[in-house]
Design a protein around this ligand. Structure first.
Ligand code: SF4
Length: 376
């Protein structure tokens, strides 16, 4: 039995949404929930932005967004798109010309609210550019920047106002027979965001981009995002996610993946099950886990590893993981493979040994996957 085994009590029934594309990445329907982030380099600094996109992609980002506040940025975008191994979303606010330039530069998606573009003619021009260049659109409603007429109608940002804003933007696209869009209704308040997303999910079949906006620093923002996004994802809501942290965007990607991995919605890389440690630990669990996390970052194949300080919980956890180590006495512990006791190992050489075992197992899984794909 593996931690990834399917069990009825861990099933999440995803909301049925339409499927759209962000470049080669499918969003919605039965597509895997994608993880996004956003660069924070100056977009006009092509080399720095390409390096940043690459770092995010290596961390697992499926889609990366870049801001396009000026003409220099949309000029740079062309080079960035060409070099990027993941699709690029151009973040545009208000300026219709930037949106057209971004579509022409090869952006896979425009993050723009059609209601904020201006005249109907400008809207048509942007939609035409998106259509001509195979660009999808993300409508991004944010509680902090709701339209004046909705704030006047509702008195304050609330789920009704946010969803109404989203529906208004959506209608403009639909009236122009454009349906390649996804939508977000973000707020920094978890309750507000969750209520708005739930309401939105019942109102339309558009793919949903989830986010708790301006969630905070690495620790507080991670907790907030895990609560907000985690609950929505558990309800089956959400087709793509972005964790917003005041931290390196690479951290956003890692946190996004960990949220999805915790819910069994994506499986990527090594998942370490480890105990909180106490006086019974037979080796330094905390240091070992830190070392393994650093040394196994290059593994993308889903593998579970249990690192448990003693026999109280070690054998039980090892039963549910691909590779396990449980502390024993006299400077050594027991290695488990596929849930079964396999051999003893000295604590001193254990990290190197676990890394080798994981790399070997990853290579076996990848070879088996390649063989089954070749047979299809
Ligand atoms: Fe302590 Fe053992 Fe539990 Fe780890 S597994 S916290 S060492 S009792």
């Amino acid at each position: 039995m593996s931690i990834n085994s399917v069990r009825p009590w861990r099933d999440i029934h995803r909301r049925q949404s339409r499927k759209i594309r962000v470049g080669p990445v499918e969003v919605g329907g039965d597509a895997p929930i994608s993880v996004q982030t956003m660069t924070n380099t100056l977009t006009s600094d092509v080399a720095a932005t390409i390096a940043h996109v690459q770092a995010c992609a290596e961390a697992g980002a499926d889609i990366v967004r870049v801001s396009c506040p000026d003409r220099d940025s949309t000029v740079a975008l062309k080079e960035i798109v060409k070099a990027a191994e993941v699709p690029i979303v151009a973040d545009i606010h208000f300026h219709y010309k930037r949106a057209i330039e971004a579509a022409e530069a090869g952006a896979a998606c425009l993050r723009i609210n059609p209601g904020n573009i201006g005249s109907a003619e400008r809207v048509r021009e942007v939609i035409k550019a998106a259509r001509d260049h195979g660009c999808s659109i993300r409508i991004g409603v944010n509680a902090g920047s709701l339209e004046k007429h909705l704030l006047e109608k509702y008195g304050e940002p609330c789920p009704d106002a946010m969803v109404e804003s989203g529906l208004e933007h959506m209608r403009i696209l639909q009236d122009n027979d454009f349906h390649e869009f996804k939508i977000s209704v973000k707020a920094s308040d978890v309750f507000l965001a969750a209520a708005a997303y739930q309401q939105l999910a019942e109102t339309c079949d558009a793919p949903i981009h989830l986010g708790i906006t301006e969630a905070g620093g690495l620790l507080s923002g991670t907790v907030k995002s895990a609560i907000g996004l985690g609950n929505l994802l558990w309800m089956g809501i959400g087709d793509t996610i972005r964790v917003s942290l005041s931290a390196d965007p690479v951290e956003e990607v890692k946190v996004g993946y960990e949220i999805l991995k915790s819910l069994g919605l994506r499986h990527r890389g090594v998942t370490i099950i480890s105990c909180p440690t106490c006086a019974r630990q037979g080796f330094d669990v905390i240091r070992t886990v830190q070392e393994l996390e650093e040394r196994l970052v290059h593994i993308h194949t889903p593998i579970s590893v249990s690192i448990i300080g003693c026999v109280v919980n070690g054998p039980g956890e090892a039963l549910m993981t691909d590779i396990g180590f449980t502390g024993g006495g006299a400077g050594s512990g027991m290695v488990y493979l596929a849930g079964k006791q396999d051999h003893k190992m000295d604590n001193a050489g254990m990290v190197d040994h676990i890394v080798e075992l994981v790399e070997k197992r990853a290579a076996e899984i990848e070879a088996a996957n390649a063989a089954s794909q070749a047979a299809e």
